[in-house]
Design a protein around this ligand. Structure first.
Ligand code: HEM
Length: 193
């Protein structure tokens, strides 16, 4: 009997694991493209890319709480303040994907909530470069202020009846938006799920 790997995943994995597996290539590209923030210029490029990404995505997620019951952590306001503090000029936001249903919105929320994990590392690197909440790292302080948020979100994702394919597709679309905003070359969109 032939066993479909995807079916095994759908049966034995939770939605978070599925989204992580199906978007790992894009996260890798983003992480590699952003790099280690070893100097001021790299941090400024990171803030500019984050501002571009968030100002494209957050308006498209205005209905996130109404559709899913989860209140997203929006950071565009803090990023605008950081941009001003650092004397940076905003780049034009790319077009966000459509997120009109609960599953798609959960996929987008997954990318935003997960980005707070990497932000813990990035906040440490920014601090080592001398950026603190009063000098261009306000958004990182807010993003990393609640260490228990990620486990609450994982518990929240454990709900029945979510269209996993739609959620994974949206997670990939949001990662692709981030790659565009950070101007990181897109890897081939293999395994679009
Ligand atoms: C240089 C930049 C980045 C680094 C170094 C980084 C690093 C990390 C690390 C270490 C984790 C895992 C943390 C853990 O399991 O405790 C993680 C998770 C994650 N990151 Fe990033 N990240 C970066 C940028 C981003 C960006 C810009 C986004 C989204 C736009 C993002 C989305 C995610 C997601 C969704 C997860 C959760 C994956 C999972 O389900 O375990 N990351 N990141």
């Amino acid at each position: 009997m032939q066993i479909d790997t995807e079916t095994i995943l759908m049966t034995h994995s939770d939605l978070r694991t599925l989204m992580r597996n199906r978007s790992a290539d894009l996260h890798w590209a983003l992480d590699t493209g952003i790099g280690s923030l070893t100097d001021h210029r790299a941090y400024q490029a990171y803030v500019t890319g984050s501002h571009c990404f968030r100002s494209a995505l957050e308006p498209a997620m205005a209905e996130a709480e109404a559709l899913t019951g989860w209140q997203p952590l929006f950071l565009a306001k803090e990023l605008t303040q950081d941009m001003r503090q650092l004397g940076l000029t905003a780049s034009a936001p790319p077009t966000a994907p459509k997120l009109g249903d609960c599953a798609s919105m959960l996929g987008a929320l997954y990318v935003l909530e997960g980005s707070s994990l990497g932000a813990v590392l990035l906040a440490r690197r920014a601090a080592a470069l001398g950026f603190d909440p009063e000098s261009g790292a306000k958004h990182l302080a807010r993003q990393t202020s609640d260490p228990r948020r990620w486990s609450r979100f994982q518990a929240f994702l454990q709900q029945p009846g979510i269209d996993a394919d739609a959620a994974c597709k949206a997670a990939r679309a949001v990662f692709s938006l981030a790659l565009t905003a950070f101007r990181v070359p897109h890897p081939a969109l293999a395994n679009p799920g």
